[in-house]
Design a protein around this ligand. Structure first.
Ligand SMILES: O=c1ccn([C@@H]2O[C@H](COP(=O)(O)O)[C@@H](O)[C@H]2O)c(=O)[nH]1
Length: 288
């Protein structure tokens, strides 16, 4: 591992720039609004503009891999370009790829996203645990060896997931908590943030997913990636009520609500930078 582990770097990003994470989601309609091609080149230019606007204003970006992947190999080349620019700008990069499979295949995902020097290298990767948190063991081992992190889907922001994620085990624990407990077990050697986190959407309170106060206390060193703000309806002001004692661990992810304010024109680029500054300041008021 070269440098500090992911959790310490995340803590550093929080201290230097606050908790806002800007999503890099080149939706086809945004490419059009920004005056860019609905192709891999457009996605690359979109990503580079977001990196420029984010650098120095926030500490974290989250490229949404799906929108690059939709352009095939050219899209992956575009993503590699954007990842390299984000790294060079000193931004922490959370690759939102939501990978997850049986253990032996997860090792392939680990080599692609979490190995030092890989073309798709990111600081942390979103993963799913539908095959069991245990199936992620090898991938998490790779992350530990390279100073990277993972964010495992636990209670997602979309309404369709609710029935599945609040289903309970024989022991009465929700699926969301079962995942959370498995991930938290990898963070026990830390006093502040560990390297392995959870995706907990901001659209519902944690207790609706079976996270009692005790369960939340057990997550005190677990980072939280929280999407669901802006377009999906959650407001920064709701963070204390939704996340309670976990609020200091939250990476607050915004994509469309700020990206809608960018465009290919100079005024648009300034608009995006201003929107990022404004959102970050507003969030700072809530999390101070
Ligand atoms: O539970 C989840 C997990 C991931 N996401 C991703 O976050 C962004 C949200 O975009 P907005 O435009 O701010 O709504 C997007 O990339 C999702 O794939 C999520 O929304 N919910």
């Amino acid at each position: 591992m070269s440098g500090a582990p992911f959790g310490a770097r995340l803590d550093g990003a929080f201290a230097a720039h606050g908790h806002l994470c800007v999503g890099i989601d080149p939706h086809p309609y945004l490419l059009q609004e920004w005056g860019l091609g609905r192709d891999a080149e457009g996605a690359r230019d979109f990503g580079l503009r977001v990196v420029d606007a984010a650098a120095g204003r926030v500490g974290i970006v989250k490229p949404q891999v799906a929108f690059f992947e939709s352009f095939g190999s050219a899209g992956f080349a575009a993503l590699e370009h954007v990842l390299a620019a984000a790294r060079a700008a000193g931004l922490l990069v959370i690759g939102d790829a939501k990978r997850g499979d049986i253990g032996s295949t997860n090792d392939g995902y680990a080599a692609a996203w979490l190995a030092e020097g890989s073309p798709l290298e990111v600081d942390a990767l979103t993963v799913t645990a539908y095959t069991g948190v245990g199936a992620l063991a090898g991938l998490i081992d790779t992350a530990d060896a390279t100073g990277k992190g993972v964010f495992v889907l636990s209670a997602t922001s979309n309404p369709e997931a609710r029935g599945l994620q609040t289903a309970t085990t024989d022991a009465g624990e929700t699926v969301a908590r079962l995942v959370a407990d498995g991930v938290a077990a990898r963070n026990t050697d830390r006093t502040r943030l560990g390297d392995h986190g959870l995706v907990l959407g901001a659209t519902r309170k944690l207790d609706e997913y079976g996270f009692t106060n005790d369960a939340a206390r057990a997550l005190s060193t677990t980072p939280v990636l929280a999407p669901g703000f802006g377009f999906q309806g959650a407001a920064f002001e709701s963070i204390p009520a939704v996340f309670g004692q976990l609020a200091p661990n939250v990476v607050v992810s915004v994509s469309r609500s700020v990206l809608a304010l960018g465009s290919a024109s100079d005024a648009g680029a300034a608009g995006l930078a201003e929107a990022i500054e404004r959102e970050s300041a507003a969030l700072g008021e809530v999390l101070r």
